[in-house]
Design a protein around this ligand. Structure first.
Ligand SMILES: Cc1ncc(COP(=O)(O)O)c(C=O)c1O
Length: 388
């Protein structure tokens, strides 16, 4: 009898499975509790209070007041809302070369509509230097947008220092914390940001829901015009089941921090990383030496295409990524790895392993058995790596 392929999912920076507790919390809001949260009657009141409970939970996760949370459709909307909502034509924006496309393309659009944008570089570990941010300030700088954690390398940026620079210069500071939320504790007061975006599907809530923290008193132009939902900051009937799921995922993330789950996660990631590096030559960690979220290891395997490794591993049941999910399949190497100064061939030879709450020691064992043998086989086939 042919055995079932055991599938191991190590691509949690692309998306995470909805946790059973999250799904159970959402379930009644697809049926029994179906009201429009803006309706005055019983059905509306029921869903309104569920939305407000979720707002409290998300606010606790981020260390802010509930009224400062705007529910969105995800990280992309939060990033766009912050960038377009906090700037006007003629303003100058400072961002970095390693941001997610949700920020980079929103900034490109702002350039087309009359803003000026400075893209500060990063060092070889993918770290933004706060001094570069300070040097980029101009009299018309309105906004700094620098991510908390990078989606490809997992590297944590010096956001608290950047927050201080923004406060001293009296400019807005937005941080894309989509890959940091649920992985490291976040406190908007400590970061000193005016806006911070998170996404449900990166923290075991469903796809298509997220939140933007907007500091009280901050004037934000909306992206959408319509009803007065979300205190006129985001028009549109609330996605009640999604919001309830996000609230539950936020609660579970906070419980996880208390239990020390992130330490267990980094032990698992470190075992995976060390095990791979011990067995594979001409491989290394992108972003090594910089502080990182506990779940990510981005590793290059010289002389082979990351795409070939990804496909071979997928055939054996192991799901990994060559970088940002949205650029998978594209021929260009990752803009993040190139910005760090990697040669294009090394950037193309890189694989991102990202763990989630559902991963176990056994998953790591399976990955440790599959990755070295797959790399060795592909290198045997590759004329470029004779002598490796
Ligand atoms: C750093 C970062 N920002 C923004 C996004 C976009 O979030 P969403 O998929 O919820 O639109 C992602 C998703 O990959 C991300 O990793």
């Amino acid at each position: 009898m042919v055995g079932m392929l055991r599938r191991v999912y190590l691509d949690n920076n692309a998306t995470t499975p909805v946790l059973p507790e999250v799904f159970e919390a959402m379930r009644p809001y697809f049926g029994e509790h179906f009201g429009n949260a803006s309706s005055i009657h019983h059905h509306g009141q029921e869903t309104r209070s569920a939305v407000e409970r979720a707002r409290d939970s998300v606010a606790s996760l981020l260390g802010c007041q509930a009224a400062e949370i705007v529910f969105t459709s995800g990280g992309t909307e939060g990033d766009n809302l912050a960038i377009a909502g906090l700037t006007s034509p003629g303003d100058h924006i400072i961002t970095s070369t390693i941001e997610h496309h949700a920020v980079l393309h929103a900034c490109k659009h702002s350039e087309e509509t009359g803003c000026e944008v400075t893209y500060v570089p990063v060092d070889s570990r993918s770290l933004v230097n706060p001094d570069e941010v300070r040097r980029a300030l101009r009299p018309n700088t309105k906004l700094i947008s620098i991510m908390t954690a990078n989606n490809e390398t997992g590297v944590l940026q010096p956001v608290e220092e950047i927050g201080t620079i923004a406060a001293e210069a009296e400019v807005y500071f937005h941080t894309d914390a989509v890959q940091a939320a649920g992985k490291v504790p976040i406190d908007v007061q400590r970061i000193g940001c005016d806006a911070l975006s998170i996404s449900g599907h990166k923290i075991h809530a469903p796809q298509g829901v997220g939140a933007l923290y907007v500091r009280k008193g901050t004037h934000l132009h909306p992206l959408f015009y319509g009803g007065r939902h979300e205190r006129s900051r985001r028009a549109g009937t609330e996605n009640v089941p999604g919001i309830v799921g996000l609230g539950k995922a936020a609660e579970l993330a906070m419980q996880g921090f208390k239990r020390g789950d992130h330490e267990k996660m980094s032990a698992l990631r470190d075992r995976l990383q060390k095990g791979i590096l011990a067995q594979v030559e001409a491989a290394g960690v992108n972003g090594d030496g910089a502080p990182r979220v506990p779940n990510t290891a981005n590793i290059y395997f010289d002389h082979i295409e990351g795409e070939s490794i990804l496909i071979s591993l997928d055939l054996k049941g192991l799901a990994v990524s060559t970088g940002a999910a949205c650029s998978s399949g594209a021929i260009e190497p990752s803009h993040v790895l190139i910005a760090m100064g990697l040669r294009a061939d090394r950037a193309r030879a890189s694989i991102r392993f990202s763990l989630g709450k559902q991963n176990t020691d056994e998953d790591t064992d399976i990955a440790l058995a599959l990755v070295p043998e797959t790399v060795a086989r592909l290198r045997e086939l590759s004329p470029a790596c004779k002598g490796v």
